[in-house]
Structures are given as C-alpha cells and as structure tokens.
Design a protein around this ligand. Sequence first.
Ligand SMILES: Cc1cc2nc3c(=O)[nH]c(=O)nc-3n(C[C@H](O)[C@H](O)[C@H](O)COP(=O)(O)OP(=O)(O)OC[C@H]3O[C@@H](n4cnc5c(N)ncnc54)[C@H](O)[C@@H]3O)c2cc1C
Length: 390
Amino acid sequence: MGPDVIIVGGGVMGSSTAYHLRKADPTLSVVVAERDDGYRQASTVLSDGNVRIQFGLEENIRISQHAMGVLSTFDDDMATTRHRPEVAARRQGNLFLVDETSKPATLEAIALQTRLGCEVEWLEPREITAKFPDLGAVEGVVGGSHGRDDGSVDPTAVLLGYRNKAIELGVVYVEDEVTGLIGESRRIRGARLGSGGDLICPIVVVTAGAWTADLVRPLGVSLPVIPVMRTVYVVSTTVATSGVPSVFLPSGVYALPESDRTWLIAWSRGEDPVGYDFTPAGRQRFTDLIWPEMYRHLPAFDRLEVESAWAGLYAVNTLDGNAILGEWPELAGLYLATGFSGHGFQQAPAVGRYLSELILGVDPTLDLSRLGGQRVLDNAPVHEQAGRLI
Ligand SMILES: Cc1cc2nc3c(=O)[nH]c(=O)nc-3n(C[C@H](O)[C@H](O)[C@H](O)COP(=O)(O)OP(=O)(O)OC[C@H]3O[C@@H](n4cnc5c(N)ncnc54)[C@H](O)[C@@H]3O)c2cc1C
C-alpha cells in the first residue's frame, strides 16, 4: 500500500507542506521524494531570503504578514531534539524607490498595506537621505516606499528547519527522482520513481519548483510557468551595510546589504535565459547594465568591485507573476504550488499551511483561492501591478 500523500520536491514549499500536514494529522503517511538532499539547484538555497509586505495584492501582503510572524519564532518552533535552526532574521527594512509613473500605484499599495496593519511609510527624497545618510543622495526618483519590518533570513536554515521538523513528526524523505506522474481519466494515481517502482497514492503534491511545469505537462496540465535564470552579484562597495535598508530601484535593480560593505545586487530582465542553466552571467553584464543604473539613482555606489556571482532559477508565471496554488481543477488529487517568480521563499509558511488545509478538507485560515489554477484555465490573470513580473 502506498502513502496517503506524496510530495514531489522537498524544497521550502514541499517541506513546509509536509510539516503542516503531519502536524495537523499525525496519522497521515507522507512521503517526500527529493532528488537531491544537497539541494544544489534548489531555488530556495539560491535565493536572497528577502521578506517584504510591500505588495499590491491583498493575498500577497497577508501571506508575508504570516511569514513574518512565523519567522520571528521559527528557531524555537522548529527545534528538534537534534537540530535547532538559526534563521538569522534581520529587519533592515526594504526601500522601493519610485518614479513619477509608478507613484500612484505605490501610494495605493501603501494605503492597502496600512489598512492591513503593515509598518510602511512614504518618504520624500530628502527624507530618505536624512533617514539613511549612508546611502547618500537619491536621484531621479520622486520618493520611496519604506517597509520598516521587511528584512531577510537565511533561506537554507528555513528549508532545513521545516525538513527536520517534518521528519521528527514522522514524514519520510526519500532521495529519489520522480520521473513521471501517473494519472487516469480525471484523477491522479501516483508517481514513478527513478530508482524503479511506482508509488500509488491518491494525493500528489508537486512542489518541484522551476521543474514543476515540465513534470505535469505529460498529464495534460499546461502551466504558464517557465524556468528563468537569475544572476545575483556579490559586490564590495564603500557603502555601509548596517543601518541601511535593502534598496529596489524603479527599473527592478535591487541591492541587499549583507555585511562588511558587501551587497547582493541583481536585475531580473526580460532577456534572461530560459531553461535549466546555472552558469551566472558575466561581470560585463554588471558593468555595462547594472552599475550605470545603480549609479544613476545612488551615486554613492560609484566605487565597487564584483567579487563573485551565482545563478538560480525563478519559476516565472508568465500569466501574472503570481503563485499557482491548490488542486488542479481538471485532475482530482493533484495539488500544485508553483509560479512564485521572485517572491516564493517568503510564501512557504502560508502556502504549506494552505495546501495542508485543502488536502485535509479544513477551511483555509487564509483564503488564497484567487491564486488557484482556475484563473489559468480562464486566462484571467491576477496581477500585482499590471504587466509587471516580480
Ligand atoms: C536568485 C534568486 C533570488 C531569490 N530571492 C528571493 C527572495 O529574496 N525572496 C523570496 O521570497 N523569494 C526569492 N526567490 C524565489 C524563491 O527562491 C522561490 O520562489 C522558492 O524558493 C521556491 O521554493 P520551491 O520549494 O518551490 O522550489 P525549490 O527550492 O527549487 O525546490 C524544488 C525541489 O524540487 C526538487 N525536484 C525537482 N524536480 C524533481 C523531481 N522530478 N523529483 C524529485 N525532486 C525534484 C529539486 O531538487 C528541489 O529541491 C529567489 C529565487 C532566485 C533564483
């Protein structure tokens, strides 16, 4: 007899889902098939670990509010007899610099975030400089949206925290590749393992990150999700990294303060390579494209050096940039969580809880049904900001 639930992919989404399932129902047998226990290509470990409430969609704001609460006590809550995570939460704040075009949408988003109880404020350029003198002057913008509670954590620690706790609660992880999913008529039946054999199971959760769309396609499930390579540069600068927020430019370039004047800097672009490539873009791209953009808005970044770079995959939802969550409307028992684009890590606590509630037939604590697969079938996007992928 197979398990009650099989989860394909044990990254942060799969591990959070496994943890929530077994915590809610200790009698449920849950198997997670993860092909690489070293997580070398998992987006979770290659992510920046940034968490923000600065979204325009109410669901995304509430998802992040939940994450912030969970992460504030995560180390204690996920401690096991053998392992205590250290997520190293930092609340350095996120500052989104805004140009004239995006000001109305930003003010609208701030009003919504404030109504939902978030710590967010609008700052004029001179207020930004007064508040964060180490950033120097900000130029070419009309102001900024500053989320005081935003910050970052160690994504690998969160992933392993969920995984270890799930195992302690009785979830079984197998290091194996799922080579195919088994479906018949309008119902899922199980998963085929690379090591041989089928796991027959009425509920299959696919949390295989950027590989999800390719895995479900043979079942006739067509997702508007593609793997896109994003390069993050590790850059040493003369700009202080304490007492300053992470900064996001209107173009989408972002700079996250790490330590010792080292910043993580990246820019997601439409021409980024699609596919399973992990070779980071070269330094020339930084020098030619990103640096001038940084310098244009933040002249303090005039002297810097690229130390290294890494690349990971976004599972980009080309329909609307948002997650696709829940049971696939045309295949009973197949649950999905994918399409997170650049903001999935912070969604893992709420998504794991949501999927577990759907599977267990419990009323969801947070209604995320607008992010379900029906909108894909209806071609009815639910945008953050129209046309903008994040
Ligand atoms: C450079 C970069 C920066 C990012 N920064 C942020 C950020 O600051 N904040 C934020 O919120 N998000 C960020 N993200 C997005 C975030 O990392 C992802 O949305 C999130 O980690 C997705 O988690 P996941 O568990 O779905 O996928 P993954 O972590 O990729 O896990 C999927 C797992 O499935 C396994 N798998 C795949 N196929 C199979 C198979 N057939 N059989 C068995 N196992 C399989 C893989 O080995 C992998 O371990 C960033 C992403 C990147 C690439």
